[in-house]
Design a protein around this ligand. Structure first.
Ligand code: MG
Length: 316
């Protein structure tokens, strides 16, 4: 089952469940089901409409809705959104905090980085974390803006992202997967010139539109093994990245244990798990994103998120 956010008629954001490629308004599903067990969320639904975070925090309600929909989709025809009036945006359009990310989590990516810079760094002994701000998040089919006044070396990185369900602190690796709500696809768009110039990753990773995400969150129950998923990225029709999440250096349980040590994770927190080899700056000759490029990020069983690169509007 999949959870996402749709924009209706360009204005109203609603949480949606996706079944058989059809979008169902979570509020309307809840009304149709009318189960008293849903009272806490029912009140929210009546006041301001449900968000994906509401359903992530109340996973049992999400599962009730999902199971009812899967069992008898015909009973919920009134909750189905007509496609031409709505489109999916980022599943969590405005995260409550920065998106957590891992750098250098695939050995082949570390090797290509070493090769491109004539260096010989070792594999990390501990996860290397950085973050991307909420303002960097965009959804499927939204433009990645290339502002050449700011960067001339914009690059891509396809990643599997984990969405935290139950929050916690000091989560052990043994319990970590119980805290995972689901997975989505994330493109860690990076301005390589800023990343190098500032000698720290944040600035080059944090520009507006540099965190495409989506198209939805696939519930963890639908992904048997998140460490055995093909992960690919195309620029236009050229396959640039093609790997398997089995190659991650730090697996999801270790990542969650390390990140949550002394740091509270909350429902809806997002953790991007790093990118494999094939990034543009390590190619020979180097390739950076150009206006008009179509970037397609795909993770098996999780989804595909596509974005076109557009030039920044002229300030003249
Ligand atoms: Mg990355």
């Amino acid at each position: 089952m999949k959870l996402g956010t749709a924009l209706i008629q360009g204005r109203q954001q609603v949480a949606v469940l996706i079944f058989n490629d059809e979008l169902y308004d979570a509020n309307a599903l809840m009304t149709a089901l009318g189960d008293s067990a849903m009272q806490p969320l029912g009140r929210i639904a009546g006041v301001r409409g449900l968000s994906t975070i509401d359903l992530i925090e109340n996973e049992s309600t999400f599962l009730l809705l999902a199971q009812a929909l899967e069992k008898e989709p015909g009973s919920f025809a009134n909750a189905r959104l007509v496609e031409k009036e709505c489109r999916l945006i980022a599943p969590i359009p405005r995260p409550a905090k920065n998106v957590f990310c891992l750098g250098r989590n695939y050995a082949d990516h570390i090797q290509e980085d070493n090769d491109s810079r004539g260096m010989n760094t070792e594999l990390p002994k501990y996860p290397q974390f950085f973050t991307k701000p909420p303002t960097s998040v965009i959804g499927p089919d939204e433009a990645i803006v290339l502002d050449e006044k700011v960067t001339r070396r914009l690059d891509y990185e396809v990643e599997l992202a984990v969405v935290i369900g139950r929050g916690g602190r000091d989560i052990t690796a043994a319990n970590a997967m119980d805290h995972v709500f689901g997975y989505t696809v994330l493109n860690d768009v990076t301005a390589r010139d800023l990343q190098r110039r500032h000698d720290q990753w944040f600035k080059g990773k944090a520009l507006d539109t540099s965190c495409p995400m989506g198209p939805f969150i696939v519930h963890a129950s639908s992904v048997v093994d998140p460490h055995d998923l093909r992960i690919q990225l195309y620029v236009n029709d050229e396959l640039r990245q093609d790997a398997n999440t089995s190659s991650m250096i730090f697996k999801i349980p270790q990542i969650i244990e390390s990140l949550s040590a002394g740091l509270t994770l909350e429902p809806g927190d997002i953790i991007a798990t790093g990118t494999p080899s094939g990034v543009g700056y390590a190619m020979d000759p180097r390739q950076f994103l150009k206006a008009g490029d179509l970037i397609r990020c795909h993770v098996e069983k999780v989804g595909t998120v596509e974005n076109v690169v557009r030039p920044a509007p002229s300030s003249d």
